[in-house]
Design a protein around this ligand. Structure first.
Ligand code: AMP
Ligand code: ZN
Length: 113
């Protein structure tokens, strides 16, 4: 997607603070962190959100979970962390490129809304 912010980050057209990269996944620090550790993990392939996934493409989410686990260990989130993906308007999604927030480093609120 030409006008997608995260696709531009993947292409290096917009700078980011990368913490992980492989053939299919990129992870970088959120520009507006909500906790001491706040990392975004995204597929290099553009999908608008979880809603755009199919049986064929959904395995990317499993790979993202494993990257999240690895990053949680690297960032010493030994007491736990949260993985969140927002979907659509009511879900609070502002960037329409599938992404998972890895949030931790502090005791997080129990509220989910
Ligand atoms: P969401 O609201 O779930 O769509 O999350 C989008 C996230 O992208 C927000 O937490 C923003 O702070 C973050 N964000 C927006 N622009 C950038 C950027 N250029 N680099 C890193 N994170 C960004
Ligand atoms: Zn994109």
């Amino acid at each position: 997607m030409n006008d997608c912010l995260f696709c531009k980050i993947i292409k290096g057209e917009i700078p980011s603070s990368k913490v992980y990269e492989d053939d299919s996944i990129l992870a970088f620090k959120d520009i507006n962190p909500q906790a001491p550790v706040h990392i975004l993990i995204i597929p290099k392939e553009h999908y608008d959100s979880v809603d755009a996934l199919t049986e064929e493409t959904a395995p990317i989410v499993g790979k993202i979970m494993l990257v999240a686990k690895q990053l949680a260990a690297e960032f010493h989130l030994d007491n736990g962390y949260r993985l969140v993906t927002n979907i659509g308007e009511n879900g609070g999604q502002t960037v329409k490129h599938l992404h998972f927030h890895l949030v931790g480093g502090v005791k997080l609120s129990e509220k989910m809304n």
